[in-house]
Design a protein around this ligand. Structure first.
Ligand code: UDX
Length: 451
């Protein structure tokens, strides 16, 4: 369904400057452009400004006034809090200019769509009389917790006491206290403050989520009860959008040629995403767990993701000899291509929401080792609700070896694989014409005002 030419307008996207947030909002932009003819302008912080600015997008950078210390701290909550303060005035300048330039060839600004961890675009859009919508890159099962935090603090569940960590969270089935993003988080108050703001949708007309009813139906219903504006699940966007090159790091395409030489479903793909890190001890346990399992693997070790080293210097002595040709280590993968490759038979992941969606979309069963934030919630759904993953609780070589064999060559792994294929089919249906995500996309476009 295409909007009539008279209604075509410009959408201003404001991404959160992190890989796991940037990719899905660009995919949304690509869908709105390719299927509905809307023009897309991306207003991005100087911090992490993408080197690739793929068409059809027009990119504009805005000053963010982050200090070198903020950037090197890797403290996501601190950086987000600063951006929310520092970017308001620069964004008002950019948006004001775009509004003034409208006319002739230049489409008018129809709507601002901003990442939910940032609230300044909503404030600016409201001041300039422009409609805004909030975009969330996490699953509804995680987002619905935000509004419950004050109650959980008041009732004494947060901070979580270790002795109670396996208890259910009242009112938030199927989560246990240890699945909450605040579990073991030092300075969790900062996250709660950020999320309190993230709950306030202000004047935004719509909540758009990169998820699907096929995965998140009950949580979406809960979320809709919490909010008085439409909550639209339009994902998984990477399967709907034309390919968008949004990687902030250089992808190593050679791994695809290596995968071409491996047997079908034989390779375990290993990655902890774009932010998580491991310490030296965990790296060594991962290495020996993989080596001892005797299964082929493709392991992304992102430069800087091992504390205290540049890249692979801390891998144990004898590891390379023991794996020979059976394992390949790279710095950054074309992940969606890797997961779609027929040799890839499993994904050992930190369970970020994008990785989760990408794995489900290709029917690749998972080993789940969450690191922080929503990853614990995603793991709970993967292993307990959908039963398409095997959890590794401790980075310990025996546990890793056992889980890898179980998934890749065990009987239980075969059942997990079958369930994952069934889940993939349900997700596929939701993005086909007339499916829930397809319907929500049409609804979304109809909610974008004419210009
Ligand atoms: C962060 C949070 O950690 C995550 O939990 C949240 O859901 C989104 O923001 P990140 O940790 O990077 O994201 O995880 P994830 O959501 O999985 O996103 C990683 C992205 O990087 C995926 O789209 C994946 O395809 C891509 N990637 C990862 C690559 O392209 N190559 C790689 O080698 C590794």
């Amino acid at each position: 369904m295409e909007k009539s030419p008279g209604k075509l307008g410009r959408i201003v996207l404001v991404p959160c400057p992190a890989q796991g947030h940037l990719s899905p909002i660009l995919q949304l932009g690509a869908v709105l452009h390719s299927q509905y003819g809307l023009s897309i302008t991306v207003v991005h912080t100087n911090f992490n400004f993408p080197k690739n600015q793929p068409p059809p997008f027009r990119f504009i950078s805005m000053p963010d006034h982050l200090s070198d210390e903020d950037i090197s701290s890797n403290d996501f909550i601190n950086v987000m809090s600063k951006l929310n303060i520092n970017c308001k005035v620069p964004f008002r300048d950019v948006l004001g200019n775009l509004v003034q330039q409208a006319g002739g060839e230049e489409a008018g600004v129809a709507c601002v769509i901003y990442d939910g961890v940032m609230h300044f675009p909503e404030e600016v859009a409201r001041e300039l009389g422009i409609q805004s919508m909030v975009f969330r890159t996490l699953c509804a099962g995680n987002i619905r917790i935000y509004k419950e935090y004050p109650r959980l603090v008041k009732e004494g569940y947060i901070p979580v006491h270790e002795s109670k960590s396996l208890d259910d969270v009242p009112g938030l089935h199927p989560l246990r206290l240890k699945d909450l993003p605040v579990y073991k988080l030092k300075g969790y108050e900062g996250l709660l403050r950020l999320l309190e703001k993230a709950c306030e949708t202000g004047s935004s007309s719509t909540i758009i989520i990169n998820t699907t009813e096929a995965l998140d139906r009950e949580a979406l219903m809960e979320l809709q009860k919490q909010h008085h504006i439409p909550v639209l699940a339009v994902g998984p966007l990477h399967k709907i959008a034309p390919p968008v090159s949004s990687s902030l790091l250089e992808e190593d395409g050679n791994c695809i040629r290596w995968l071409d030489k491996q047997a079908k479903n034989s390779v375990l793909y290993v990655s902890i995403g774009s932010i998580a890190s491991v310490d030296e001890k965990e790296l060594i346990e991962m290495a020996w767990g993989l080596a001892n399992s005797k299964q082929p693997f493709l392991w992304v070790i992102r430069p800087g993701s091992v504390c205290g080293s540049e890249w692979t210097e801390l891998l144990p002595e004898g590891f390379n000899e023991s794996i020979r040709e059976r394992g390949l280590i790279i710095k950054w993968a074309p992940q969606k291509e890797v997961l779609a490759h027929e040799s890839t038979g499993g994904f050992w992941s930190h369970c970020g929401w994008n990785s989760t969606l990408e794995s489900i979309s290709e029917g690749v069963p998972m080993i789940c080792t969450p690191s922080f934030g929503d990853q614990r919630v995603n793991t709970r759904y993967l292993c307990h609700v959908w039963k398409v993953g095997i959890v590794v609780e401790n980075m310990e070589r025996k546990e890793i070896d056992k889980a890898v064999r179980k998934l890749m060559v065990g009987e239980e792994g075969e059942m997990v694989r079958q369930r994952m294929m069934e889940l993939k089919t349900r997700v596929d249906c939701s993005i086909k014409e007339g499916g829930s995500s397809d319907n929500s996309l049409h609804e979304l476009v109809n909610l974008i005002p004419s210009v």
